[in-house]
Structures are given as structure tokens and as C-alpha cells.
Design a protein around this ligand. Structure first.
Ligand SMILES: [Zn+2]
Ligand SMILES: [Zn+2]
Length: 395
């Protein structure tokens, strides 16, 4: 497929798509409350004659576009729609109009980009099979992707493979990065409650002391990365809060410690949880205390499959040239709930550079904004991956 021609055609609608992106940016909605955004997507799909269904995971939608040629294969393209609870520092005309809410991760851009691609594919159904455009709620911590799966996403809209795209500040406009295997981390949280008798600071022999258990736990925990995780693997363990005690002369009967773990492989994740639990119980026992361990698994590691990563690389190269595609980019410690979709379907997530000028602030920073320059490039990538998946000779 001639991607220059595709891009040129996409750019004819670009001003309209940028206006949609700005509209969404001005009206950010967080986890499962994307009512206006969902309605806007529905209105545009209706206007452009694209079939869709609503109601998956509340505000989620799936638009279905059939190719002009018959084919049994189907793919899923996923965009997230939610904003963040944060204060925007930008003062431009399309800044957030909702207090304490902001599209600080560019999901406004992802939504507009997917609409842009859906419209193109509807008008140019030059493929064999079915494309499902998945507009999901609640990526930022609410696991909207998982809820869509649980509500029958892939039974109602069968997909052989799934793809996603995230903008990436700090990377030149139009440059793509991805990798086969683990690309993003799991993001787990845990709470450990150390329980003792507490007692008089002047008579520790009559009490069990949770502060000693805490000290042993914090130091013991540091050995998980250094002694239990293989040297060539990576993992992060960090404590975020420590709360206990109210008085200088009373030993606390309870101390609560919370923290986060990040890693890229399921077996490393299992090991982190197991060792953390053992060390909490062991440290407590050394001081005659007990530990209650509550390990909460967040998003799983995001693991791209080999064959689909190869297709994503070819699709990106068709848009930006092979020199602008890094198909072996190192993993990072961010997380994304597209990981759940990759647990049940093969697929690949790519990151698309939105500019290396320092004015393009990192995701989740108060001065962040999505760069409209990549709205058509991203849409072209979606068209290109459809071409890779649904247009190749099968025999
Ligand atoms: Zn984010
Ligand atoms: Zn994001």
C-alpha cells in the first residue's frame, strides 16, 4: 500500500480531527465517566456511517468496519479515552475547562486518531476481513480494558490479533519504538500491617515492638532484588508510606507500610510477591509480632508477541521509513492495561514519538499536551497495520 497517498488523504480531514481532539482535551473525563467523550465518538461514527456498539465497560464502544473483499480474519485496534485527576498548567485555548481533570496522557489524541483511521477505513475498505476499533474507558488505573474483556469483548467482536499505540514525548515526531516480548511493566501495590502488643516506651521487655519488625522488614526487603532476582533480570521495589505511632513514649501496636513493585516478567512478579510475604512474616516473627500482607496485583506486564511485533514494525516502516523504527527498544517501567488484551490475544503495542523538543512535556506532567502533528501519522499507522494483517496474500 502506498502510504504517502494514504497520509495525503488523511491530511485532508486533519483540521477537523484536530478540532475533535481539542474538544476532547477541553472536556476531560476520568475512569468510567467518559460519558461526553463516548457520546462524541458515537456521534462521529454515526455521521460517517460506521457501525458500532456501545455499553462495553460502561462508556466503551466498538466500531466494526468490514473490508470490501471477503475474508475471515479480524483484528482489534485499541484506543483509550480517559483523562487524569490532575491540574493542567497550560493556558492555550483548548486547555481543560474541568477543574482538577486533564488529558495529561494524550488519550484525547488516541481517541481522535482512532476516529480518523476508522473514517479512512470506512471510505477506503481496501482489505479482506474485519477491523474492530476498540474505544476503551479507564486505562489510568481503572482496568477498563480488562472489564471490556470480562464483558465479552472478544466473544462479541472476534479478533485474531490486537494492536495499540501510545504517544511518546521525547522521541522525534513520527519515530516508532516497540519490542517483542516484555515492553511495559506490571504495577502492583502492597500494604503490610505489622501488629504487636505496643506498650510503654520505658518497659519494652513487657511488649512486642513493631518498630523493630519494621526495621527488619525494610532492610530484609532490600535483599529481594540483590539476592533473589537473577542478576540479568530487572525489578523495582519501593516503599511509599510508613505510618505508625502517636506518642514519643508509647511503642506503636501497629505500623502500616505500603509500596509498589514493578517488573516485566510473570515469573519475576510471582517471586517478588512470595519473597515479600516471607520477609514480612519473618521480620515480624523475629520480634514476636505478626504481619498481615495484602499484595494487590495491578496491571500485568505488557508482553508483545513476536509475529505481531514484526507486522507492527513493517506497518510503522511503511509510514515513517525503516530508519525511523526501533523494533528492539528497551522495556520501560510504565504500565498499560492493554496488557490484559495481550494475555488473551496475540498483538503488539507501539509508541509513536510526538517530538523531542523540551516543550513537549512528559506524560502526566501538568504542562503536557498531545502533539497534533502526529494525529494523521498515527491514523496512517492504523491503516498500515490493517494492510499488514488483512491484505497479505494467504497462499
Ligand atoms: Zn497515563
Ligand atoms: Zn496513557
Amino acid at each position: 500500500m502506498e502510504m504517502d497517498r494514504v497520509l495525503a488523504q488523511l491530511r485532508q480531514h486533519e483540521p477537523e480531527m484536530i478540532a475533535i481532539r481539542h474538544d476532547i482535551h477541553m472536556h476531560p473525563e476520568t475512569s468510567y465517566e467518559e460519558f461526553r467523550t463516548s457520546q462524541l465518538v458515537a456521534d462521529k461514527l454515526t455521521e460517517w456511517g460506521i457501525d458500532f456498539e456501545r455499553g462495553l465497560a460502561g462508556t466503551g464502544l466498538v466500531a466494526t468496519i468490514k473490508g470490501a473483499r471477503p475474508g475471515n480474519r479480524a483484528i482489534g485496534l485499541r484506543a483509550d479515552m480517559d483523562a487524569l485527576n490532575m491540574v493542567e498548567s497550560n493556558t492555550f485555548a483548548h486547555a481543560s475547562t474541568i477543574p482538577n481533570k486533564m488529558h495529561g496522557c494524550g488519550h484525547d489524541g488516541h481517541t481522535a486518531m482512532m476516529l480518523h483511521a476508522a473514517r479512512y477505513l470506512k471510505n477506503n475498505p481496501d482489505f479482506a476481513g474485519t477491523v474492530n476499533c476498540i474505544f476503551q474507558p479507564a486505562e489510568e488505573g481503572g482496568a477498563g480494558g480488562l472489564r471490556m474483556i470480562e464483558e465479552g469483548l472478544f466473544e462479541r467482536f472476534p479478533c485474531d490479533t490486537v494492536y495499540s499505540l501510545h504517544n511518546k514525548p521525547g522521541l522525534p515526531v513520527g519515530k516508532f519504538v516497540t519490542r517483542s516480548g516484555p515492553q511495559l511493566a506490571c504495577a502492583d501495590s502492597w500494604t503490610i500491617t505489622l501488629v504487636g502488643t505496643g506498650g510503654h516506651g520505658g518497659a519494652p521487655e513487657k511488649s512486642t515492638d513493631t518498630t523493630i519488625a519494621l526495621a527488619q522488614f525494610i532492610l530484609g526487603m532490600q535483599t529481594i532484588i540483590s539476592r533473589n532476582i537473577p542478576a540479568l533480570e530487572s525489578a523495582v521495589l519501593s516503599i511509599g508510606t510508613v505510618h505508625g505511632g502517636m506518642s514519643f513514649n508509647v511503642m506503636p501496636s501497629e505500623i502500616v507500610v505500603t509500596g509498589t513493585t514493578r517488573c516485566h516478567k510473570p515469573e519475576i512478579r510471582d517471586l517478588l510477591e512470595k519473597r515479600m510475604t516471607e520477609i514480612a512474616h519473618g521480620a515480624a516473627a523475629m520480634s514476636g509480632c505478626t504481619a498481615i500482607v495484602d499484595y494487590q496485583r495491578g496491571y500485568p506486564p505488557l508482553i508483545n508477541t513476536r509475529a505481531e511485533t514484526d507486522k507492527a514494525i513493517l506497518a510503522a516502516a511503511a509510514v515513517s521509513g525503516m530508519d525511523n523504527v526501533d523494533g528492539d527498544n528497551p522495556p520501560i517501567n510504565a504500565a498499560d492495561d492493554f496488557a490484559y488484551m495481550l494475555q488473551v490475544r496475540p498483538g503488539c503495542n507501539v509508541m509513536l514519538g510526538q517530538g523531542d523538543d523540551p516543550k513537549w512535556k512528559n506524560n502526566h506532567m501538568p504542562g503536557y499536551d498531545f502533539n497534533d502533528e502526529i494525529i494523521s501519522i498515527g491514523a496512517a499507522y492504523w491503516v498500515s497495520i490493517v494492510d499488514q494483517e488483512l491484505n497479505q496474500p494467504t497462499d
